[in-house]
Design a protein around this ligand. Structure first.
Ligand code: 5GP
Ligand code: ZN
Length: 115
């Protein structure tokens, strides 16, 4: 997708602080962190949002959680814990239309998910 910020990050056209990469998945630090640890984990395939998921995407979406765990171990916050959030569409507050998993941690997050 030519106009997609995250596709440009995957291609290296926009710089990012990468933490993990394989053939299918990339993880990098959010440019505007909402918590001390705020990492975005994305499939390299351009899938715009959860509502656009196809059956063929199930494996990579499942693997994202394995990668989340790897990063938590690598960055030493697996024992303290973390939160994973996916925003979808207008009511979900999704701004970037390339599906992404927010990995948040580094402090005790609020008890309420919705502010
Ligand atoms: P959304 O609101 O779509 O769920 O989240 C989009 C996230 O992408 C936001 O947390 C925002 O800070 C982050 N973001 C937007 N543009 C960039 C960018 O160019 N680089 C990085 N690293 N993060 C970005
Ligand atoms: Zn994209």
């Amino acid at each position: 997708m030519d106009n997609c910020i995250f596709c440009k990050i995957i291609k290296g056209e926009i710089p990012s602080q990468k933490l993990y990469e394989d053939d299918e998945i990339l993880a990098f630090r959010d440019v505007n962190p909402a918590a001390p640890i705020h990492i975005l984990v994305i499939p390299k395939k351009h899938i715009s949002m959860l509502t656009e998921l196809k059956e063929e995407d199930e494996v990579v979406i499942g693997r994202i959680y394995t990668v989340v765990n790897k990063i938590a171990k690598q960055e030493n916050f697996d024992e303290k814990g973390y939160r994973v959030i996916v925003n979808c569409g207008e009511d979900g507050g999704q701004e970037v239309k390339h599906i992404h998993f927010h990995l948040l941690g580094g402090k005790r997050l609020g008890d309420k998910i919705v502010g």
